[in-house]
Design a protein around this ligand. Structure first.
Ligand SMILES: [Zn+2]
Length: 470
């Protein structure tokens, strides 16, 4: 079996054949750090996280790059409104983004390049395009990409090049363009705006060129996978292809992967629509970060996902089944004999999960394999058909699969020492038949997020909810 991924450019689902032996290069369009990201943004970031985790799990060495856009019109406006410098604004919201990403257990990308740290690479790319005649300078010193020089323009978005950008709002400062379809590579310096003094003039980079320059700086002129939300296909990714391939003469990206929209209340989640939910607000409101992660990754990335209280409740219920199962396995005590059918059951679950993820990240089929395993093992637990060692093997298989999913409870094998002493105290209270103390300790543990249950294997505990991020 091989990993098969859907490529937006060809429209085909094809085996992933890495361009280089040593690693798979993955570039994801990251956040513009002028405000807190909403969960629609995070759906796309977590899709990339699932992709990277799954490729690593399948044995590929992956280098994952996600850019940080730290200079653009919205940032300049946001800093002016807040009365802070651009650096202060972008540092603040980069920290916020990383905190949200950590809460949602997003793998930290290997490189998080910032646009303002790559002005030299951006300038070199634009200079190459100017020299090749694919870019031109306007009277005010701005530089545009000449779409007419690039006949393949529109292939990714399947657009007729003649019809492009008709009706798109033409900004006053762009009237000087040769062709209304052309896009800005470099914006001439304006009073009160940040700018860099460079060999191509005084100004700042456009947004599209930043991703071409940074992806090629960190992954080379051709790399394996580029991800983003579907709303980035046009014009952002179309522009990235044109300016990169025009500059290098090489194919830019092997596989283009795009994540569908997140909807809320029947419309695409967008700042402009006003129907946005932010990670921090949801967590502060008591939503578990694991449930939010689960809700955002459990639907196939190319299907529209509807966010609602019901979808969060369904995710929490699914996690509760997993947590209960993990707690049961952890507490399970039964001296032999081992279940002879277990190795095959575990292998089938692992292979089923692997085959599902190999099929263009079919995570819902992968989760179905996990829940099938849970059902089958629960039957064996009820019938006491497992040994303690068997229970450990099941847990090991779950933990293996969770390297991709990232949803299992943290540290269920170890409590902090103060919580552990409460649990021990309660066990002693039950031995002493001191039911009042036992009940009081149960309540104290519950208040700290630990539910205890009394089973024939003794007292069993599990975490019921994560503490919301303050
Ligand atoms: Zn980008």
């Amino acid at each position: 079996m091989s990993v098969r991924l859907h490529d937006t450019l060809s429209g085909a689902t094809r085996p992933l054949i890495p361009m280089r032996d040593d690693r798979v290069g993955v570039y994801s369009c990251g956040p513009t750090v002028y405000g807190p990201a909403h969960i629609g943004n995070f759906r796309s970031f977590l899709f990339a996280d699932l992709l990277v985790r799954s490729l690593r799990w399948r044995g590929f060495a992956v280098r994952w790059v996600m850019n940080i856009t730290d200079i653009d019109d919205k940032i300049i406006k946001g800093a002016a409104t807040a009365g802070v410098t651009i650096g202060e604004l972008t540092d603040r919201f980069l920290d916020r983004f990383l905190a949200d990403a950590d809460a949602l257990r997003m793998t930290r990308p290997d490189v998080l390049p910032r646009a303002t740290d790559h002005i030299d690479q951006i300038v070199n790319l634009i200079a190459t395009l100017l020299a090749g005649g694919q870019a031109y300078r306007t009277d005010d010193g701005s530089i545009f990409f000449r779409i007419a020089s690039w006949p393949a323009y529109g292939r990714l978005a399947r657009l007729d090049p003649e019809q492009l950008r008709v009706g798109e709002r033409v900004e006053a400062d762009e009237y000087a363009k040769d062709d209304v379809r052309d896009f800005a590579l470099w914006k001439a310096a304006k009073p009160g705006e940040p700018s860099w003094s460079t060999s191509i003039g005084e100004g700042r980079p456009g947004w599209h060129v930043e991703c071409s320059a940074m992806s090629m700086a960190h992954l080379g002129p051709s790399f394996d996978i580029h991800t983003g939300g579907v709303d980035l296909i046009f014009p952002h990714h179309e522009d990235e292809i044109a300016q990169s391939e025009a500059a290098t003469g090489q194919p830019f990206v092997g596989t283009w992967m795009h994540c569908a929209h997140l909807q809320m209340g029947g419309a695409k989640m967008a700042k402009s629509v006003g129907n946005i939910a932010r990670v921090g607000d949801l967590l502060d409101g008591g939503v578990s970060s694991r449930a939010l992660r689960y809700a955002l990754i459990a639907v196939h990335y190319r299907a529209t996902l509807n966010h609602s209280d019901e979808s969060l409740a369904a995710a929490a219920a699914a996690l509760d089944r997993i947590d209960t199962f993990v707690a049961a396995l952890t507490a399970y005590r039964q001296p032999g004999p081992e279940d002879p059918s277990l190795p095959e059951l575990l292998e089938r679950a692992r292979a089923g999960f692997e085959a599902a993820l190999d099929d263009d990240l079919n995570v819902s089929a992968g989760l179905a394999a996990v829940f099938d395993l849970i059902r089958q093992v629960n039957r064996r637990i009820e019938a006491r058909h497992l040994s303690t060692d068997d229970a450990g093997r099941v847990l090991a298989t779950l933990r293996d699969i969770d390297q991709v999913l990232g949803v299992l409870p943290d540290g269920d094998d170890a409590l902090s020492s103060d919580l552990q002493s409460l649990v021990d105290e309660r066990a002693q209270a039950r031995i002493d038949r001191d039911w009042a103390a036992s009940d009081r300790l149960r309540e104290e543990l519950a208040a700290r997020g630990i539910a205890v249950e009394d089973t024939r294997d003794g007292q069993r505990w599990r975490r019921v909810e994560e503490v919301a991020r303050g």
